[in-house]
Design a protein around this ligand. Structure first.
Ligand SMILES: *Cc1c(COP(=O)(O)O)cnc(C)c1O
Length: 227
């Protein structure tokens, strides 16, 4: 199947999963993950309707965005090193992967320089020590509170990556915990943030993520094939 056909198929699966869960499909945004994908196939996805593109490395994204321009909204979904924050702020509409205060402060500083308020998600390590990136569940409220105090950052929600598995059902408890955590953060009534976005679910488990409340699903392989 072509990229366009794959893209439509994923959109249809997304909509079907939303309806099964009694949700409005338009409340879920598909982030088309373009890491390692060449420019022609990215153009093809955009032409098929991909309106949000996700990259996991700043340098790779920079080259692509310079070549393609703003054919879509670009999101950073991968780990961000503090020393790359200055580029990330220029390139991305949403950064999914803020997991420490030093990084949040650097994004804030760079956003201020650019006259921008940078939208971010807080990446949470639901799996605990097994995960490479993400703030722990126990430290999430504190990080959100601290980030909320930064004027050039706007926290919109949470992101997580469950441990890799071939069974999508294995991801469900992690997705549920992220949703519950967002609910707990909301109850704190922290000023200056919103907690409406849940970035969770990839090619193997995005339908389960939608059933558990995802508002952003990050899908690469199901659209472009194996990397
Ligand atoms: C690569 C990647 C994805 C997409 O994974 P697929 O299994 O190819 O859909 C999603 N999220 C992050 C953070 C990634 O790095």
């Amino acid at each position: 199947m072509s990229v366009a056909e794959n893209f439509k198929a994923v959109q249809n699966r997304l909509a079907a999963a939303a309806r099964r869960a009694g949700r409005d499909p338009s409340a879920i945004r598909l982030v088309t993950v373009t890491k390692t994908v060449d420019l022609d196939r990215i153009r093809e996805a955009a032409a098929a309707g991909a309106s949000v593109l996700g990259e996991n490395r700043v340098q790779e994204a920079k080259e692509k965005i310079e070549a393609l321009g703003r054919i879509a909204s670009w999101h950073l979904i991968g780990h961000l090193q503090t020393n790359k924050a200055k580029y990330a702020v220029k390139l991305f509409d949403l950064i999914h992967s803020v997991d420490n205060l030093v990084l949040a402060m650097e994004i804030d500083k760079q956003a201020a320089k650019n006259g921008k308020v940078q939208d971010v998600l807080i990446e949470v390590s639901i799996a605990g020590e097994a995960a490479k990136a993400g703030v722990s569940i126990g430290d999430t409220v504190r990080l959100v509170r601290e980030a909320a105090g930064l004027k050039h950052i706007r926290v919109l929600g949470l992101m997580t990556m469950p441990p890799l598995s071939n069974d999508p059902e294995d991801s469900r408890p992690y997705f549920r915990k992220l949703r519950d955590l967002a609910h707990a953060v909301r109850k704190e009534g922290i000023a200056g943030i919103s907690m409406n976005e849940l970035s969770m679910g990839m090619s193997g488990d995005f339908e389960v993520a939608i059933e558990e409340g995802a508002t952003l699903v990050r899908v690469g392989t199901a659209i472009f094939g194996e990397r």
